[in-house]
Design a protein. Structure first.
Length: 288
């Protein structure tokens, strides 16, 4: 393959799919409050990770890959005969991963002249990245150049909607994402927020609800603009709550009929900030 795609572990991409399609996945780093640090790679134990939340004092942070991580992959792909590389990353508004990828490219391209590297800032995370990767692979098959593919993917980022329903504000407060005042007010009013990833690739509150089941219905209403548009494909991403994900799936089928839906358990990138038992609805409104 003269064109190859790289993404990061924040994409929640299926590792078998990535291997089959020769998509390189660069892991983010995961650090527990115990001081232990891991790579979010194929060897990371996600069951053990989620079990840690049974301890109320457990917390975790993530950090972007280093430029060296990207540089090593660029070198390997070059050895394999790659002529063009497309890098699809987590939103630059959420992580410095894109910056690391670009710094590595500057170093790499000073030495290697007969290869091109293009970047796609997903302005999103999780399955939104995977949607872009999958569409990129289709365009490779259709014979588009790396530059054309990167441009098409970048222009499509605003055709993906990500909504997240949080059962509690606790983890947002713990991670410093909201103030003490907002946290206490939220607890007092018993509200649960639904966040949306905005056009700048950052999270903002889209709605607040009091009941989690009400929130599942609200996710559908928000992503369809009150049932005035229908996604081409949906991904239900949960932070270790298959029961809630399945309930949302059934609601979607009831409200929208036959539509392609996949359920994915998220890795650390989302759950580190919002905690377990959350559900996200990621909707794709384009395809090539």
């Amino acid at each position: 393959m003269s064109i190859r795609i790289i993404t990061d572990s924040a994409s929640d991409i299926d590792r078998n799919f990535a291997k089959e399609n020769k998509v390189a996945v660069i892991p983010l780093s995961v650090t527990y409050n115990t001081g232990e640090t891991f790579k979010e790679d194929e060897n990371f134990d996600f069951d053990k990770y989620y079990n840690n939340y049974s301890n109320p004092d457990f917390s975790v942070t993530t950090s972007q890959p280093s430029p060296k991580d990207f540089l090593n992959v660029y070198k390997q792909l070059k050895k394999e005969g790659t002529k063009e590389i497309i890098v699809v990353t987590i939103s630059s508004g959420l992580s410095g991963t894109l910056n690391s990828a670009q710094l590595a490219a500057k170093m790499f391209l000073k030495i290697e002249k007969d290869i091109e590297i293009y970047f796609v800032d997903s302005l999103n995370a999780s399955m939104a990245e995977t949607f872009l990767v999958e569409e990129g692979l289709k365009l490779i098959e259709k014979g588009f150049s790396g530059k054309e593919i990167a441009e098409k993917l970048q222009s499509s980022t605003n055709k993906i909607t990500t909504l997240i329903l949080l059962p509690t504000l606790y983890y947002l407060r713990k991670g410093g994402r909201i103030s003490v005042a907002k946290y206490l007010l939220g607890r007092l009013l018993h509200v649960k927020p639904i966040t949306i990833v905005n056009d700048e690739g950052k999270n903002e509150v889209a709605a607040t609800i009091r009941d989690f089941d009400e929130g599942l219905l609200k996710l559908i209403e928000l992503t369809t603009h009150n049932y005035t548009r229908t996604p081409i494909e949906l991904a239900i991403v949960h932070t270790n709550s298959i029961e809630r994900a399945t309930k949302l799936q059934n609601l979607i089928k009831e409200k929208l009929g036959d539509i392609k839906i996949r359920i994915v358990r998220s890795g650390v990138t989302i759950s580190a900030h919002i905690g377990p038992k959350c559900v996200a609805l990621i909707s794709k409104f384009f395809e090539f």
